[in-house]
Ligand binder design. Structure first.
Ligand code: ARG
Length: 457
C-alpha cells in the first residue's frame, strides 16, 4: 500500500509488531460502513465517477458478506482491518478500488470506525444496565418490608429493609447509566474527512458522511479528530465505575450466600459445585464479577497511559487503544448480565435475615432515641444508658427486648413499659421514615419513583 519509496520490505519483526489485524478485525462492520458512506460522498461531490462508486459499493457489500460468512482473514502483511478490506476490494473490483481512499487516511478512518464501535458498546451497556435496574426494582418491591441487619464496618448497625438495600444499588447503577448516556452525547461528532491530520484539498462534504454514519455533525478540528481517544476513555471510565458497583454488589452476594450468613440462595444457574466437596455451592459468577472489575480498571489505566504525553497528531502507540477497550467491553457485558440474573433469580432467606437483625442489638439506637423523646434525656446520656442495657442483655444472652422492665428500670428509672413498642425491628424500620429512609412506606415510594425513572410506568 505504501511500497513506492522503499527498496526493501519490512523484516519479520516489523511485520509482527505492526500488525493489528489480529484484534482490529473486530472493526470490520464499522470499516465497511465508513467506506460505503465515504464513497457515496465522493460520488456526490463528483470526486469519483458514479460508475466507479457503484462498483466500489457493490464490492464492499461483497466483502462484508464474505466476512460475515467466513470471518476476516489475518494476513500480517496487510497490517490492519483497513488494508485487509481494501486489498480484498481491489481483488473484486480491480484498480478502480484505489479511488476509495481519495481524501481519506487510515488515521481518520480508524478514528471513525473505533468511535462507531465504542458507540455501540455504550448503547449495549445502557441496555444491560436497564435490565439490571428493572431486576433491582422488582426485587425491591417484593422486599419492601423484609427486614435485615444494616451494617457499618460489617458489624450489625440498625435494621433496614432489603428493598432499601437493593435500591441503593439502583441509585449507583442509574448514575452509571447516565455516564454512558452523557458520553454518547459528547462523542456524537464524526472524524471522517479529517484525513491524515490537516484535512484535505478535495471538495468533500463532511456533513453528508457524518449524517450517513449516524453522527450529529463532523468534528471541528482535524488534528484533534485523528488523535482524540476521549470517547474510548469515557467508555472505560464509565465501565470502571460501573464495574466497581457490580463488584460491591457481587461481594454482598458472596457474603450473604456464605453459611454463617445464609441470607441468600444463589440461583443454580449462576453457581458451581466442587469436584471434591459435595456440599458446595460456590458463588463463582459473583467472584468473577468482583475479579473482572480489577481487569476493567486495568484496561482504563492502560489507555490513559498510552495517551498521556502523545504529541499531535496520530502516533502508532494509539493502535494499542483497541485491545483494552475490547477486553473491558467483553468483561462488562458479562458482568452486567451475570448480576442481572443473580438479582432476578436469587432466593432471599427473609426469616434468616430477620433473625440476624434481631440478634445483633440492632435496635439499640431506637432505645436511645426513645429516651431522648419520652424522657427528654440528652442523646449522649441516652447513648450511655443504652450501652448499659446492651451490656446486660449480652450477659443474660437475650435481645434488648428480652430484658424485663425491672432490668431496664434498674438501669434507669425513667424507662417504662412503652419502651417495648420501640424495641422491635419492625418498629425500628417503620420509625426511619425520613425522606430517603429505610421505612417500608418510603421504600414503596422510591420503588414507584424508580419505575418512573426507568420509564416502566
Ligand atoms: N491500524 C492503525 C490503528 O489502529 C491505523 C493505521 C494508521 N496508520 C498509520 N500509519 N498512520 O491505529
Amino acid at each position: 500500500m505504501w511500497g513506492g519509496r522503499f527498496a526493501e520490505g519490512p523484516s519479520a519483526i516489523m511485520r509482527e509488531i505492526n500488525a493489528s489485524i489480529p484484534f482490529d478485525k473486530a472493526l470490520w462492520r464499522e470499516d465497511i460502513a465508513g467506506s460505503r458512506a465515504h464513497v457515496a460522498m465522493l460520488a456526490q461531490q463528483g470526486i469519483v465517477s458514479e460508475a466507479d462508486a457503484t462498483a466500489i459499493d457493490e464490492g464492499l457489500q461483497q466483502v462484508a458478506a464474505e466476512y460475515e460468512r467466513d470471518g476476516v482473514p489475518e494476513d500480517w502483511d496487510l497490517e490492519d482491518i483497513h488494508m485487509t478490506a481494501e486489498a480484498r476490494l481491489t481483488e473484486i473490483v480491480g484498480p478502480a478500488a484505489g479511488r476509495l481512499h481519495t481524501a481519506r487516511s487510515r488515521n481518520d478512518q480508524v478514528a471513525t470506525d473505533f468511535r462507531m464501535w465504542v458507540r455501540s458498546a455504550m448503547q449495549r451497556s445502557i441496555a444491560s444496565i436497564d435490565a439490571l435496574l428493572s431486576a433491582l426494582v422488582g426485587r425491591a418491591e417484593e422486599h419492601a418490608d423484609s427486614i435485615m441487619p444494616g451494617f457499618t464496618h460489617l458489624q450489625t448497625a440498625q435494621p433496614v429493609t432489603l428493598g432499601h438495600h437493593l435500591l441503593a444499588y439502583f441509585e449507583m447503577l442509574i448514575r452509571d447509566r447516565s455516564r454512558f448516556a452523557d458520553a454518547l452525547v459528547r462523542m456524537d461528532e464524526c472524524p471522517l474527512g479529517s484525513a491524515a491530520l490537516a484535512g484535505t484539498g478535495f471538495d468533500i462534504d463532511r456533513d453528508m458522511t457524518a449524517n450517513a454514519l449516524g453522527f450529529a455533525m463532523p468534528t471541528r478540528n482535524s488534528l484533534d479528530a485523528v488523535s482524540d481517544r476521549d470517547f474510548a476513555l469515557d467508555y472505560l471510565m464509565a465501565a470502571s465505575q460501573c464495574s466497581l458497583h457490580l463488584s460491591r454488589l457481587a461481594e454482598e452476594f458472596i457474603i450473604w450466600a456464605s453459611q454463617p450468613f445464609g441470607f441468600v440462595k444463589l440461583p443454580d444457574t449462576l453457581s458451581t459445585g466442587s469436584s471434591i466437596m459435595p456440599q458446595k455451592r460456590n458463588p463463582d459468577a459473583a467472584e468473577l464479577v468482583r475479579g473482572h472489575a480489577g481487569r476493567i480498571i486495568g484496561c482504563a489505566t492502560s489507555l490513559m497511559i498510552t495517551m498521556k504525553g502523545l504529541p499531535l497528531a496520530y502516533s502508532k502507540d494509539m493502535q494499542n487503544d483497541k485491545p483494552p477497550v475490547f477486553e473491558a467491553a467483553g468483561l462488562l457485558d458479562l458482568s452486567l448480565a451475570a448480576m442481572a440474573g443473580m438479582v432476578a433469580d436469587s432466593r432471599f432467606e427473609t426469616a434468616r435475615m430477620r433473625q440476624a437483625a434481631e440478634a445483633g442489638h440492632a435496635t439499640a439506637t431506637d432505645l436511645a432515641d426513645w429516651l431522648v423523646r419520652q424522657a427528654d434525656i440528652p442523646f449522649r446520656e441516652a447513648h450511655h444508658i443504652t450501652g448499659a442495657a446492651v451490656k446486660l442483655a449480652d450477659e443474660k444472652g437475650v435481645a434488648l427486648d428480652g430484658l424485663s422492665i425491672g432490668d431496664l428500670k434498674a438501669i434507669d428509672a425513667r424507662i417504662d413499659e412503652r419502651v417495648f413498642d420501640a424495641l422491635s425491628v419492625d418498629a425500628s424500620v417503620a420509625a426511619r421514615a425520613s425522606y430517603g429512609g429505610t421505612a417500608p412506606v418510603r421504600v414503596r415510594e422510591q420503588v414507584a419513583a424508580a419505575k418512573k425513572r426507568l420509564g416502566l410506568e
